[in-house]
Write a protein that binds this ligand. Structure first.
Ligand code: ATP
Length: 362
């Protein structure tokens, strides 16, 4: 089911100051999409979710779920939370410790006074989906963190919501479990064909889970796009930097030929294959991610986007080294593969493919 939000504004007052938690947000979440709200702490993600659920009353704007307007001050519409057909999974799982897995999941259906047989079959189906069918009689407290999170998910799903909302649901899990649960979650949601709005400040979670990502800052949506678009060709420097580590190099457009734009920068002439339409003389920012910069031992290496520099620092991160290489006055963040043997202070060559180098203009 599609969600449409227009002009949504929420202002809080704190110590006599006005905080624009949401500032004229326009957003359409397509039906059956996993849509992520990503942004730094305090940018308004949770407020947006709370307005959608109906736990918070906005100051301006309109929210529709499917064909139904669920909130509009202008039209005097307020559909209460329980009538919006939404399911919600929070960071804290909020499962009942004194109940079994089955009873936890059955609870929303018992509240609705559904017949016992129907409850049994619906709960069984959803427990199978989240692979907890073998544990239905276990007390909820005797489960691992990941299993408890799946109980919370099952409880949200059993009520067959039109839309399911997630507020940082994986942040209490350890790194390995978070990765596994992320994969499972994407699979469940895709199989169910359900619309999901997912709040996180974890960029890897956003990239791996979502069909679309909306990056937020200071109560506004800065940019919306597919994970690939946001990662490889963000339009805004804030987004380019927030979604992953990025080298942002200022420059001036020199020429534009076929598919490549030549940019004069402090490290020399850089060719970039991706970016918006630009003209000679335009001020731009060249963006290239550390993982696409190859460090070669030969400092005299020649070729397109190949420069000479000095290794300033090296940090071992397991599968590679993160290395800072100074080219002229510019410090480039790079990833150095284990087969390239370099030490701090070495003169090296750095090179990057124009196809993994994009321009941002704002
Ligand atoms: P986080 O990732 O830390 O949860 P967030 O992006 O979800 O952050 P919100 O919780 O939506 O951010 O908060 C947005 C802004 O509104 C922040 O500046 C916050 O301090 C402010 N805010 C949120 N709730 C209230 C409140 N009840 N009263 C006053 N200010 C609030």
């Amino acid at each position: 089911m599609e969600i449409r939000i227009t002009g949504l504004t929420k202002i809080y007052e704190s110590e006599g100051k006005k905080i624009h938690a949401l500032d004229r947000v326009d957003l359409t979440v397509p039906a059956n999409h996993i849509f992520t709200l990503l942004g730094p702490s305090g940018c308004g993600k949770t407020t947006l979710l709370r307005c959608l659920v109906g736990l918070e009353s906005p100051d301006e704007g309109e929210i529709s779920i499917g064909e139904e307007v669920v909130w509009s001050r202008e039209k005097g519409v307020f559909v209460p939370p329980e009538k919006r057909g939404l399911g919600m999974v929070f960071q804290t799982y909020a499962i009942w410790p004194h109940m079994t897995v089955f009873d936890n999941v059955a609870y929303p259906l018992q509240v609705r006074r559904l017949p016992r047989d129907e409850i049994r079959s619906k709960v069984a189906a959803v427990l199978k989906l989240v692979q907890l069918d073998a544990l239905e009689n276990r007390p909820a407290t005797k489960l691992s963190g990941g299993q408890q999170q799946r109980v919370a998910l099952a409880r949200a799903l059993v009520a067959e919501p039109k839309v399911i909302l997630f507020d940082e649901p994986l942040s209490n899990l350890d790194a390995k479990l978070r990765e596994e649960t992320r994969k499972e979650l994407r699979q469940f949601l895709t199989e169910l064909g359900i619309t999901a709005v997912y709040v996180t400040h974890d960029r890897v979670e956003a990239l791996s889970l979502s069909d679309s990502i909306a990056v937020m800052k200071d109560g506004q949506i800065v940019e919306i796009g597919s994970p690939q678009k946001i990662y490889f060709q963000a339009e805004h420097p804030f987004v380019a930097d927030f979604i992953g580590r990025a080298n942002l190099i200022p420059g001036t457009v020199e020429t534009r030929e076929e598919d490549l734009v030549a940019v004069e920068t402090p490290i020399g002439k850089v060719l970039a294959a991706r970016g918006p339409k630009v003209a000679r003389g335009d001020e731009v920012t060249v963006c290239v991610r550390p993982e696409f910069i190859r460090v070669v031992a030969d400092p005299l290496a020649e070729g397109i986007n190949t420069f000479s520099g000095v290794v300033e620092s090296l940090v071992f991160v397991g599968e590679a080294h993160e290395g800072e290489v100074r080219v002229g006055e510019t410090l480039l963040n790079t990833r150095i593969d284990p087969d390239v043997r370099v030490r701090r202070g070495d003169r090296v060559g750095v090179r990057f493919d124009p196809n993994y180098c994009f321009l941002v203009t704002r």
